[in-house]
Design a protein around this ligand. Structure first.
Ligand SMILES: [Zn+2]
Length: 236
C-alpha cells in the first residue's frame, strides 16, 4: 500500500522539484528526487563515525571520570575547513536553522535502531542563554533535538533544562576555566516529570565537553534518571 502511494505521489514530487527546486544544504545545487537534504556528492565528503554502535568510543572516553552516562555519540568527526564545519557555521551564524533540523533527522534515523538510544524518553537540547537566543533567533541544539525527535519518534523539550546565569563567551577560556564558568549555569524545571526517565542530551559540537558535562550533572540531580549524549560532531 505504501509502495503504491509512493508511486502515485512521485510524479507530483518531481513536478514540484521543477518549479520549486530543493537545494542541497551544503552546496546549494539542485537535489534529485531520492536526495532529501544533502546531495550525494556532499554526503560523500562527510565522515560518519558510527560511534553510536561502538562502546567505548572517543566521545564516551571524553567524559570518563567526569559524569556517568549510559552512552554517548557524535554523528561525524569534525575536520577543520571541512564540509561539516561549513554546515555548522551556517547553522550557528548564518540563520540556517533548517540545517540543524536536517542533520538531526539524518542522525535520528540511525539512532532509533540502536540501544540504548531506542529507549530514550525525552530529547533535551543544551539550552542557549536567552540573550544569545534572542540574537540568533533560535537555539541550534534545539533544532537538532527537534530533527532527532522527528525521526526517532520521541518527544523533545527545552522546558526542562534551563540556563540560570549569564556565562561569558566560552571560546577564549581554558578547559578548567570553562568548567567553573558553566558549572552552576543550569537548572531544572518540572523535576518530577523526569524521574526515572532516560534523557538524550543534545548539542551541535562537542569540544571540551564542559557544557555538556555541566548539563548532565544538573540533570543527574533528578531521581533515577539515565543520561545519554548525542552531538552532530566531535571536535579534536
Ligand atoms: Zn551538495
Amino acid at each position: 500500500m505504501l509502495e503504491l502511494l509512493k508511486k502515485a505521489v512521485e510524479p507530483v514530487l518531481n513536478l514540484a522539484d521543477l518549479f520549486y527546486p530543493r537545494l542541497c544544504l551544503a552546496c546549494q545545487e539542485k537535489l534529485v528526487s531520492a536526495e532529501t537534504s544533502i546531495c550525494i556528492r556532499c554526503d560523500y565528503k562527510l565522515t560518519p563515525t558510527n560511534y553510536h554502535r561502538i562502546n567505548p568510543n572517543p566521545v564516551l572516553e571524553r567524559f570518563w571520570g567526569r559524569v556517568e552516562l549510559e552512552h554517548a555519540t557524535a554523528a561525524y568527526s569534525f575536520n577543520k575547513g571541512g564540509l561539516l564545519q561549513h554546515l555548522i557555521h551556517q547553522l550557528k551564524y548564518e540563520n540556517k536553522p533548517q540545517i540543524g533540523l536536517e542533520l538531526g533527522k539524518m542522525y535520528g534515523s540511525l539512532l532509533k535502531e540502536v540501544a540504548p538510544y531506542n529507549t530514550v524518553d525525552y530529547i533535551i537540547p543544551v539550552p542557549l542563554h536567552p540573550k544569545k537566543k534572542h540574537l540568533r533567533g533560535y537555539n541550534q541544539a534545539a533544532m537538532i533535538a527537534k530533527g532527532l525527535a522527528l525521526s526517532m519518534e520521541k518527544q523533545w523539550s527545552s522546558a526542562y533544562l534551563i540556563r540560570t546565569d549569564d556565562t561569558e563567551t566560552q571560546t577564549k577560556k581554558s578547559r578548567l576555566d570553562r568548567f567553573s564558568n558553566v558549572e552552576h549555569a543550569f537548572g531544572i524545571h518540572k523535576k518530577a516529570a523526569l524521574e526515572g526517565k532516560h534523557l538524550l542530551l543534545v548539542d551541535d559540537v562537542i569540544t571540551t565537553g564542559a557544557t555538556l558535562e555541566a548539563c548532565a550533572q544538573t540533570l543527574l540531580e533528578v531521581d533515577k534518571v539515565k543520561i545519554s549524549l548525542a552531538a552532530i560532531a566531535l571536535a579534536n
